[in-house]
Design a protein around this ligand. Sequence first.
Ligand code: HXC
Length: 257
Amino acid sequence: MSEQEVLVEIRGHVGWIQLHRPKALNALHMGLIKQLANHLEELDGNDDIRCIVLKGDSKAFAAGADIDEMAESSPIDLIRKEFFGDWQRIRNIKKPVIAAVSGYALGGGCELAMCCDMIIASENARFGQPEIKLGVIPGAGGTQRLTRAVGKVKAMEMVLTGSTISADEALKAGLINRVVPVDQLEEETSKLADKIASHPPIAVHLAKQAILKALDVPLEYGLQFEQHLFYLLFASEDQREGMKAFIEKRKPDFSGR
Ligand code: HXC
């Protein structure tokens, strides 16, 4: 695998990761996913980075897992290779991750976008879980995250027909945050990422944890979890600074502590 299939650029407090395998529409072979997970973890551990953006190129965010790589696999091959091992690492990233989707986000590509915390799509984006047409089903959350995002009937239709939906349909269905013109995808994503990056990072980190918890646990437990994190934030310097700055009518200067 070429080193250049995943590119990283740091802009201010935002880490931009680009999938860059254009000839195969960013098809996600295992080595590429590993490299992506490595870069995400590196940015997650970098104190200067407060938000991460994941993008593809104009034709594809990613057209799915690499079919050539999977085609002849046996179940034992997949288990031995820990086919989903690096996906687990991607799910565990603590900082907010925004997917900037242009073109195809299919199969594992749609699942990768859904692993992110927010999705901004350009008008040419197409989302879908076409695995059924290959004789399999989604394996990296397509039946689970999609159902939570768009509800049962829409998820059933997408997964059982394998048909794709447009960015506008994805917006209506609640799969994505917003749709922007193709040439404004970077700018709009940047605005969102910069805004998040301007907020105190510990509060951002715990807010992400609390929201993700809501998808997993009963309400009563989730409310308690939220309260505990709320209490915990009163141990941070940024809470003092944020509230003091408000009272003193000035801009806060957050230290990330
Ligand atoms: C391997 C892929 C690929 C994929 C595209 N390519 N998708 N290679 N795996 N998922 C390659 C093509 O073979 C081709 O290579 C090149 O990219 C350009 O693709 P074309 O098909 O020529 O482009 P186009 O006609 O524009 O069609 C675009 C497309 C189509 C509609 C996106 O490529 C397509 O249907 N791709 C497969 C989508 C899919 O089924 N995804 C789910 C995969 S299973 P050459 O060398 O011929 O130029 C999956 C399971 C997830 O994701 C499990 C969890 C990880």
